[in-house]
Design a protein around this ligand. Sequence first.
Ligand code: KIV
Length: 293
Amino acid sequence: MSTTFTLDTATSRAHPVPEPVRRLTVPAIAARKVAGVTAEPVVMLTAYTARMAQLLDRHCDMLLVGDSLGQVIYGLDTTVKVTLDMMLAHGAAVVRGSYHSVVVVDLPFGTYEASPEQAFATAARVLRETGAAAVKLEGGEVLAPTVAFLVRRGIPVVGHVGLTPQAVNALGGYGARGKSPEEAAKILADAQAISDAGAFAMVIEGVMEPLARSITEAVSCATIGIGASPACDGQVLVVDDMLGMFERVPRFVRRFDTLADHVSAAAASYAEAVRARTFPADAELYGTAAKRR
Ligand code: KIV
């Protein structure tokens, strides 16, 4: 008698029809911007779970496991409280749920700023334990040596400039950045430094439109805008914002659906069916139809 047992996962939600792996690569994304022009905009959305990654994957070039999961999934008030363990668990789930997009995982606050060595240890762990292709980190000129350190050691980096939510305590809120000429010049210098350090792409968040346009013209890497400019080389949104899961969203969010209403209506129908004992029905039971009370 065999002593080897194989778990029957045929009915598992986690493994739908297997797809051939034809994942986009970091060099393929980087190659989209030629002589300052990106003919095919980079499509990026955040994803935090395997199932959502499965649904988004074929439509996106990049999936970002953003530390916005702190607010979206965990109900935290800021991303400052997000831990590396959270990023590792959700990063691995998104990689398991995708086969086409480049998966990028945010380095959480406090895990990379102290030194290039600290950043390398964290980023290496993220790539090793999640299978993601790249990491994203927030910051400008001061983080440029760290970006160069990672890139020279084989870790692809996406930068993030402008409104950097991990710095909310220093910034004093989530208002748009780059309103004064001085602040705009500083953000442009930040973007230039991160691009020159070797980032293959860069999120520009929450800045005045002309600034995002200028950054996109100035830097060689692809810019991915969120509250930035249609001139950016690509766009990103937080998926739950885009799906209409929240009542309050920043001005730059376009809701492409009203999912919260669908969820609420489905929950109301379920509750009604349970209370009326019309769920489960005979077809939803195992064996002979159970006696109705
Ligand atoms: O954490 C996140 O989701 C992000 C996006 C808003 C770009 O950084």
